[in-house]
Design a protein around this ligand. Structure first.
Ligand SMILES: *Cc1c(COP(=O)(O)O)cnc(C)c1O
Length: 391
């Protein structure tokens, strides 16, 4: 059976979760601390703050950075809805800038044009595990006095190559989440992500004060030392429980293996689908920019005319191949249309990507036979006359 996504849980996860279940500490224990240390260490960040979801992490950061009513955050509409919702939760306004066609990340020029005197932060997104232009965005943020938050919920394990003084590529690779790339980043651990804890997320930052504030906010506004029932500020219950943290710790210990398996499957797809790509054929495979290490979250191809993406998806579904349109832009979601009056046409690159993206079944345990099964069904789908637009 082909599945769109699948977690990769091994004996180490079972062992560590069982250790928690055999203890008396199911929350606020050592597992969460060890998970924070391991994951933050993996990306070279001094501080990790485990939270109950990626969404909770984004919301906590928006609150902690003081972005409130009247404030604006420049962000991407080509993302999961949580990115912009985190801004709305605080009564601030997400201002969408368009993306680049290749990386599908924020276009630095469009970001610059979207900044106003009310802008408080840039909230960038590393789409599908491809880092966006973080060094350029950081430079804009520095120049304009803004925070840069990286929604890295899809990009644990991705990296960018640092540039030397002359602008050339120079080693070493800098992991997404490293404090040189953003003021803070958020990872997410929903079951379709590279690392899962069931539900969970983590904020990473190089800023000790910001980390302290986030720890307080996730734990009902308690102060340092977590004195019970002493609340210094309005906080939330965004804690990660110990069973989830144990899973996360096991997954981080296996992270190189998990990422390598996914990269292998992406490579199988690339080889197997290479024949569908060519001038005028209307099929594009994921592009990885020079100097970038991709962390494969999903495998999203793009279908342009003459192909009808939705007809191809229906054909595949009828043959047991699950797919998903990826992403449906945030500004075109019913709730955003209604609230902000978006009608389409505002963000041409985002909207074109939204019309053409199709996520194929993808996880680290897929073998060559399954990739071949998807590829054969896709080839057949693309050959169907009804899978072509009527134009
Ligand atoms: C998964 C994801 C989130 C939110 O993560 P949850 O853990 O599901 O709350 C946020 N942003 C992006 C881009 C994501 O892919």
């Amino acid at each position: 059976m082909l599945s769109l996504a699948r977690p990769d849980i091994g004996p180490l996860e079972v062992e560590l979760v069982n250790r928690v279940l055999g203890s008396d500490t199911l929350s606020l224990g050592q597992m969460a601390v060890d998970f924070e240390t391991a994951l933050a260490g993996y990306v070279g960040a001094p501080h990790g703050v485990a939270v109950s979801s990626g969404t909770a992490g984004l919301h906590t950061l928006v609150r902690a950075l003081g972005v409130g009513p009247g404030g604006e955050v420049v962000t991407s509409s080509f993302s999961f809805v949580a990115t912009a919702n985190a801004v709305l939760y605080e009564g601030a306004v997400p201002v969408f800038a368009d993306i680049e066609p290749g990386s599908l990340g924020l276009d630095p020029g469009a970001v610059e044009a979207a900044i106003t005197p009310r802008t408080k932060a840039i909230l960038a997104v590393d789409v599908f595990g491809h880092p966006c232009r973080l060094p350029q965005l950081r430079e804009i943020a520095r120049r304009r006095g803004l925070y840069l938050i990286d929604d890295a919920c899809e990009a644990l394990g991705a990296a960018v190559t640092a540039r030397d003084a002359a602008g050339g590529l120079a080693a070493p690779l800098v992991p997404v989440g490293h404090p040189s790339l953003a003021d803070a980043a958020v990872f997410a651990f929903f079951p379709n992500k590279q690392v899962t804890t069931g539900e969970g997320g983590m904020i990473v930052t190089g800023d000790a004060d910001l980390a302290r504030l986030c720890r307080s906010l996730r734990n009902q506004g308690r102060g340092e030392g977590d004195r019970w029932l002493v609340h210094e500020r309005l906080g939330f219950n965004y804690r990660l429980d110990e069973m989830s943290a144990a899973m996360g710790l096991a997954q981080v210990r296996r992270l190189d293996e998990l990422l390598a398996r996914r990269a292998l499957v992406a490579d199988l797809y690339r080889q197997r689908l290479a024949g569908l790509v060519g001038a005028g054929m209307g099929v594009e495979l994921p592009a990885v920019a020079e100097g970038v290490t991709m962390s494969w979250f999903v495998y999203v191809i793009r279908l342009a005319p003459p192909h009808d993406r939705d007809a191809v998806a229906r054909y595949l579904a009828d043959r047991g191949v699950p797919t998903r349109p990826y992403f449906q832009p945030i500004h075109l979601q019913p709730f955003y249309r209604e609230r902000f009056g978006y009608r389409g046409g505002e963000l041409p690159v985002t909207e074109a990507a939204g019309r053409s993206g199709l996520a194929l079944p993808f996880h680290g345990r897929m073998g060559p036979d399954e990739v071949d099964q998807v590829a054969r069904a896709l080839e057949a789908a693309l050959a169907q006359p009804q899978a072509r637009r009527a134009s």
